[in-house]
Write a protein that binds this ligand. Sequence first.
Ligand SMILES: *Cc1c(COP(=O)(O)O)cnc(C)c1O
Length: 383
Amino acid sequence: MRGLSKRVQALKPSSTVAMNAKALELRRQGVDVIALTAGEPDFDTPEHIKEAAWRALKEGKTKYTPPAGIPELREALARKFARENGLSYTPDQITVGVGGKGVLYNLFQAILDPGDEVILIAPYWVSYAAQVELAGGVPVVVKTEAEAGFVPDPEAVAAAVTPRTKALVVNSPNNPTGAVYPEEVLRALAELAQKHDFYLVSDEIYEHLIYEGTHFSPGRVAPEHTITVNGVAKTYAMTGWRLGYAAGPKDVIQAMTKIQGQSVTHPTSFVQWAVIEALESEKSLEFIRMAREAFDRRRRLVVEGLRALGLKTPEPKGAFYVMPDVTPIHEDELKAGEILLERARVAVVPGTDFKAPGHVRMSYATSEENLKEALRRIGELLG
Ligand SMILES: *Cc1c(COP(=O)(O)O)cnc(C)c1O
C-alpha cells in the first residue's frame, strides 16, 4: 500500500530554511527585503582553498575514497585537534561526513535505540531534535534563561538525567543564542556524562568565532564519553562544500562510518583535499582573523542598535546570531516575525522551533549597511 512513513510524517521541515525561502521569494517578487535569516557567513570561500580543490581535480582526485575520509585528511584533523583543542585523537578515531549536519545524523543513528533520551539545551539548533527523533530517540529539553545569557545551569541539566539518558548535546559557541559557555560549565557537564555514563556530543562548529572569552573542548575532560563534532562551513565560509568531521571513541566512530558507507559513502573527494589546505595554510589564519573582526563590529552595531530601540537583547559572545526579546512587537514571536517581514521588510527566524518563546533569531552575517538599514526599519515600525 502506498503512503509515507510515520517517521517522515512527524518530521518538520527546517524553519530556518523555510524563513530564508520566504524572504527570497518576496525579493524575487520585487519587494526589497533585508534577510537576517542566513545561517552562513556572507564572505566567499578564500581563494587558496578554491585553488586546492582545483588542483585536486586536475590531479584526478575524482574517485571514491574510504568512507571515513582519506587518511591524509584524518591525519590533518588529528593535528588540528591537538593544536587547537588540546585533544589527542588518532586518525582511526576520526571520521568525516557530508557537513557537520551529516556527521550528527550518522552519530544519532549510531548511538540511539527507540526510546533513548537525548538532553538538549534550549534554545537549540533545530536539527538536533529532528535528527534525534528520526533515529527513534526522545529529546528532553532543559531551558536556559536570557538573563543568564542563555548559559545552562549544570544542576538543571543533572536534574534531567534519567536511566534512559543516552546523550547530552552541547553547542558552544551557540546557534541560535551566541552564548559561549564558560570552561567550568563545560567541565561540569563533561563530569556529569562520566558520572552517569552517557555520551556528551560537543558541537564546536563556531569555535573560531568568539569575541569574548575562549573556547574549551569538553573532550579534554571526558575523552571516553565525548564525541567532538565540527566542520569547515562556518570557520572557512565553506557552507556549500559540505564537509564535517567528528572524533571520539573508536567504536562510535566506526559505527558512524559504517552507516555512511551504506548511505552517502563519503564527502566529495576533491573537497577532502581542499579541506587539508583550509586546515593547514597560514592564509586561513588571516582569513579567520578578518572574518572574526568583521563579525565583532557587526555584533556591536546590532546589539547597541536593538537595545537603543528598547528591545531586550542578551549580548552574544560568539557565532553570528543575536536573540532579542520581541514581545514589544508582539507577544507571539511567530506574529512578531510576520510583522517584521510584512511591515518592516526585515526577515528573521521566530524562536518557536528553537524553543525560544518571545524571541527571534537575527543573523548578523551580512553587511553593516544592511544591518543599519534593518535597524532603521525596525525603529520606524516601533516608533
Ligand atoms: C551550521 C551548523 C552545523 C553544521 O553545518 P554544516 O553546514 O552541515 O557543516 C552544525 N551545528 C550548528 C549549530 C550549526 O549552526
